[in-house]
Structures are given as C-alpha cells and as structure tokens.
Write a protein that binds this ligand. Structure first.
Ligand code: GLA
Length: 684
C-alpha cells in the first residue's frame, strides 16, 4: 500500500507564477495588489534565480528575496519558493564543466538554455546542496513562505543523460543491482552480437551506435537508472528543505516528465505533487505519428489522470493562460474566450485543489517572450485577467470540494517497466500508445470517468479492487509479482481485460520461452498459437462479437482455449485465422478475466464498456453530447458533476433529475444549453 500524500490544500486556491527578478522592484507592490484583487492568494517564485542569491561562488546575498518576501507578506500573499537548480549560473558551468549534461555523442550542452546539468556530477550535487541549504535556512522561516518547489520540471527538456558522471554512476547502479558481471551479462543477453563485458569499466551509458540501436536490455536498465538519479537528486534537496520547513509547509515539484518514476519520487521526497498543464500542446505537438487528432481538445485530461495516479489531490503549478511559444519553436493560437477557464476547470474537475497560472505577465525578454501570461507586455487589464477573475468566482460556491476524490468507473493499468519498454521497442510501442489512447477516447465518448492506475512494488490487491474493471492492454513485461496481484484481484471479484502480447517478456526485457499470455496463461486458460501485425494487404481484420463486427486493431493473436472454464466470446472474421478465437472469458473465483487477442480501437473498447456495464454510468442523472466531458468528484455524500464543453459551439445537456447548478445556486432540470467552452458544475 502506498503512503498517503502528506499535504492537502485546505481550500481551492488560485495562484500565479511570478519572477520578481525579471521586473523593476518598483512594480512589485502594484503587481501583488492587482493579483490579490483578482483573487490570487499564492505565488511561486525563485526557481531560476540562483545568481540573485549566490552571484559568485560561495558569496551569498539574501537581501533581494528578503525584500520581496516582506513585500509579499505585506500584501497578504503566500509564496512557494523554488530551488534554482534547473539553471546553474555561468560561473558554475564555466568553473566546473563536468556538471554539464551531454548529448549521446559526448558533446556537452552549453550555458544559455536550462536543465543543462547532470544529476550525478559530485560537484553539482555539492553546489546544489549548498544553495538549497542557504535558501531554505534563510527563507523557510519567513511567514509568507508556505511551500517549496524542488528544481523545475525534473527531466523536462531532456530526460537522457550521457555525461561522464552518469557513466560512473551507472556502473555503480549496475554493480548494486547485479553484483557480478556474469549476472549482468545474462540479464543483458550480451552473448548476442558478442557484447560480453569482462570489466565494469567497459560499460557506459548507451552511446552512439549504427542506426542508434543499442542493446535493449541495457537501455531499459539505463532508463531505470535515469529515474533513480533524478529521484535521488530531488530527495537530496527535499531532505535539506525539510530540516528548515515550518510545520504545515509542503514540498512539491512540478511534472510529469519521461524516464521518471513519479510515484516513487512522490513517495520518497514530496508531500504533494503538482503538474504543469498546457492543453494547447495537444495542438502544436502533433508530429507524434501515433497521435490521432481525435479529442485533442481534451487530451490533457489523460495527463491529469496520470497526475491523479501519482497524487490524488494534486495542484497545478503552471496552468496555461495564453498562447504558447518560444522564439525558436511552437506558434500556438491564443486561447479563445472561455478556454482559459475551461482548462483551469478541467484541472479542478480531475482533482486539482490548487491552480496556479503561468505567468503573471508575459516576459519581455528571452526565449519565452511568446509564452504568454495573464497580462501582456503593456501591463494593462485585459480579457485574460477578467477570465481569471471569473474562474475565481466559479470556485467560490464549490469550495467544499477541496480534498474530494475523483470518482472513476474503471481504470487503465500501467507500469513503468512497460511504459519504458514501449518507448524503446518499436513493436511494443505500436500497440501500447494506440490502445491507451483508444481506451481514453472510448471512455470519453461513453462519458465513463476513468482513472489510470500504476502497478508499483507497493501495490496491493485492495488498491486494485477499488475498480470493478481494469484494462491492462499490453503488459508485455509481466513479473511474477504483478501476475499474482492481477490474479488475486480477479479471484476477489475484479474483472480484468488483457490484450495482445501480454506476458511476452520478463523484467530484463528478454522474451520468455513459454506460451503467452505467459504468467497469466493459467488464469485465462488460453494459449496464443501465433500472432501477427495486420499488414497493408490484410485490410481491416474484424472479430464477430455477438453479432457486432469489430476491428481487432494493428496486431492480432490467434487464441486457443486450454481449460474447461474458458469460453469464446468472439472469433476473427478475416485474414488466415478467420474462425479462430479472438476474445475469451474465464470466470475465476469471484471475478473474471477477458483475454483479447487484438489491440484496442474505440469501437472495440465501447463494446467492452457496454458488455461490462460501464457505458454512461451516470446516464440516469444526465446525458451529454460527444463534445462534452463528464467528471465526478465526491466527498462524503456530496457528488459534484462537472460538464466541460470543449467545443466552439453551444451544446445541450439533459438533466434527468433535479440538480443544483453550483454557479447560480438554483435547481436545474431537463435540457440545459452550454455556451462554447462553458463548464457547468452540478450537485446531486
Ligand atoms: C515550463 C516551465 C516554465 C516555463 C514554461 C513555458 O512548464 O516550468 O518555467 O518555461 O514551461 O515554457
């Protein structure tokens, strides 16, 4: 069982990110006054301002932020202080070039951007510890300070590290993990292509190779190593900050980024987790070939689900308030009227109790001068400030919500080993991301609130049993612990749905010499006799499920029953395996396990949701059109229904029972019209 988060916001709170060092001091008071007037109660500062405190090595000056904190205190503003390690000063990188992270070919990343350091440089760890100690010991006692943010967006910009310190630390990591070179050689299958290591010094973080194709088992361990390094770096800082924190203050960091076990980081180093939500990324980063454009308008809900899995009552450290853009990349449109509020409410609907907008005023200088904040360069009141005030107003009547749980009807299961394996294994990748996306889309269209649940070392069956149904689409890496856990979930009453290629690999990422679904084969009473990608000449391969013809996706496995309790629910209707079982079900203990040989499409997922009684779970309360998302948050007996209209057009929602419209306080029933981008919150 995971430990509970150790901090929760006592009330829904609105904040903003502010950079006192980027503006004339004469502006501070007026800025803070205007923030307070708009309803902002907390600001985050300091996360890039190392030089303001240590302008020269070992010379500390605390006046600047001391003055600012006093002004904040006077203005009644609370402060989250960021540790500045994401941007080492020029004196540091020049004096100690070994702190720099490197490209895979060993060329260092130079000063001028951010996050150009590596976590394992002993000098960087030392100098980071020293600045954090200096900051925390001076500023944590200040009454305005209520929390700390460690670094900034750990593993953002790049989540790959190739410096010499990383290679040194990687060797230590591997020695601790494997003990002997023999064990490592076995785990990495180094007999293949003559990669056998005869000394630890022969091992490096993955280096440039032909086709950039490196030993997959090594790369999997390398990603685990990067995650471990980032967590240790974060914990080193939070241990220091914690010594100086006032009781009740919290430590957080803002995520979510790759090659990082965010759950472990949360459990070992943080009190609460925050996320940076920029929904427009879904539109300006569409180059990912697997990302269909469908439902991009609410794709960020998937990330909010992931954040909720890390920390159920999270905060948003950076909430998009304007167009996104660097001077070198990304040209996004400005949010339309209503969209800023919609996105902020999307965060709240998914579990955020703190929403802090990025940033108070658009920077007039630097790489991010097109990453727009609330105010524009001219500093006048504007539409976005008006919208922020409206958002604050919208939160007033739902203050009781702070700490309310998100109520999901089922969960999508993930785990870090498979996430990372799917990143480096093209065959795995093609199945996993697509199926996850299609499950999300189907749940959206069926208005079925869902969670994401990570299988962790600490996970127990009781945590799984919070959900009547779990989809674990393509758990290629299946360990004995996870197989036992999933089986226990089923035996105790859960319904588990698994898809193609489940159980193909062990924890090293090597393929297992046993029939699939491997360690779950006994539970499913099935066997995979063969499997194939569906080629361009195969057309769409469908299965026939109780008269419905459903696309079985990009990869198909031919199933066979191996035991008397399994039954066939659907058979393939095309390709050379027409007539063979495509979907089976076995009742086991108090639950059941469904084995699907294909990959998921929104239509098949919809059929699963219908079969499992999960479509429109709130259909007797309200029905929504496809352009609207439904989220449910619950505290005790109170349930709040969030209806979010992502469309530029008005939508009609039908309320089948009388509900309280939280904004007006009046009872509503029947057909209700939502304006473009409007959000309604109802209480039952
Ligand atoms: C991130 C960072 C911020 C800012 C924004 C915009 O989310 O945390 O410092 O850079 O992106 O680029």
């Amino acid at each position: 069982m995971r430990k509970q988060q150790t901090y929760q916001w006592p009330q829904l709170t609105v904040g903003v990110c502010y950079y006192p060092e980027q503006w004339d001091e004469a502006m501070w008071r007026e800025d803070l006054r205007r923030m307070r007037e708009a309803g902002i109660r907390c600001i985050r500062i300091g996360e890039f301002a190392w030089n303001k405190v240590e302008p020269e090595e070992g010379k500390f000056t605390f006046d600047f932020f001391a003055r600012f904190l006093d002004v904040a205190e006077e203005a009644g503003m609370k402060v989250i202080f960021g540790t500045p390690t994401a941007t080492p000063p020029a004196w540091l990188t020049e004096g100690y070039p070994e702190v720099l992270n490197c490209r895979q070919d060993g060329v260092p990343y130079r000063h001028g951007m951010r996050r150009h350091y590596n976590y394992n440089s002993p000098v960087y760890r030392l100098l980071s510890a020293r600045i954090v100690e200096a900051l925390a010991s001076h500023y944590a006692p200040h009454p305005a300070v209520v929390g700390w943010q460690i670094d900034n967006e750990i593993n953002c910009e790049t989540c790959d590290f190739y410096s010499e310190s990383d290679t040194d630390a990687f060797r230590t990591f591997l020695q601790e993990k494997y003990g002997t070179l023999d064990a490592l050689n076995r785990a990495w299958g180094t007999v293949f292509w003559n990669q056998t290591y005869t000394a630890w010094e022969e091992i490096y973080v993955p280096r440039t190779t032909i086709h950039n194709s490196t030993n997959p088992h090594q790369v999997l361990d390398y990603i685990r190593f990067v995650s471990d390094s980032a967590i240790r770096f974060c914990k080193m800082q939070s241990d220091i900050v914690r010594k100086h924190c006032k009781p009740g203050d919290f430590i957080t960091t803002n995520g979510l980024f790759g090659h990082l076990d965010n759950h472990r980081m949360m459990d070992e180093a943080l009190d609460v987790y925050t996320y940076d939500s920029y929904p427009d990324f879904a539109f300006c980063m569409n180059e990912h070939p697997l990302q269909s454009r469908n439902l991009n308008d609410r794709r960020w809900s998937q990330h909010l689900m992931e954040t909720r899995s890390v920390c159920p009552h999270f905060g948003i450290m950076e909430q998009q308030s304007g167009a996104l853009g660097w001077n070198t990349r990304m040209e996004s449109p400005a949010p339309k009227p209503g969209q800023m509020t919609l996105w902020a409410m999307q965060s709240v609907a998914h579990g955020a109790d703190y929403v802090s907008f990025f940033r108070w005023r658009t920077s007039v200088m630097g790489t991010e001068m097109y990453w727009h904040g609330i105010l524009d360069y001219d500093n006048r009141d504007n539409r976005k400030l008006r919208e922020l005030k409206e958002f604050v107003q919208k939160l007033q009547p739902i203050q009781e919500l702070a700490g309310a749980d998100y109520e999901a009807s089922f969960a999508l299961v993930r785990d870090y080993d498979n996430d990372w394996d799917a990143e480096l294994d093209a065959w795995h990748s093609r199945l996993t991301w697509k199926s996850q996306e299609e499950i999300f889309i189907a749940a959206q269209l069926a208005h079925t609130p869902m969670d994401i649940l990570y299988l962790l070392d600490s996970t127990e069956a009781a945590e799984l049993l919070r959900y009547p149904v779990l989809f674990y689409p393509h758990g290629l890496i299946l360990t004995e612990e996870h197989a036992a856990l999933l089986r226990a979930y089923v035996e105790q009453g859960g319904t588990l749905v698994i898809g193609a290629r489940t159980g193909q690999k062990d924890a090293t990422g090597q393929c297992v010499m046993a029939p699939m679904p491997g360690l779950l084969a006994e539970a499913t009473q099935t066997d995979v006799t063969e499997g194939t990608f569906v080629g361009p000449a195969d057309g769409v391969v469908c299965m026939d499920w109780a008269g419905q013809s459903l696309d079985t996706g990009v990869y198909n496995e031919v199933l066979a029953l191996t035991g008397p309790e399994a039954t066939v629910l659907a058979r393939y209707a095309g390709n050379y395996y027409a007539g063979a079982p495509a979907l089976t079900e076995r009742r086991l203990g108090k639950g059941r396990i469904l084995h699907f040989g294909g990959t998921f499409t929104r239509d098949t997922v919809r059929a699963f949701l219908d079969y499992l009684n999960l479509s429109e779970p709130w259909g007797d309360v309200l029905t929504l059109p496809a352009d609207c998302e439904l989220c449910v948050r619950r505290k005790g007996e109170t349930r709040l229904f969030f209806v979010l209209n992502y469309a530029a057009a008005p939508q009609t929602v039908t309320l089948h029972v009388p509900l309280t419209d939280m904004e007006t306080g009046e009872t509503a029933e029947g057909a209700v019209a939502l304006r473009p981008y409007e959000v309604k919150v109802y209480r039952k």
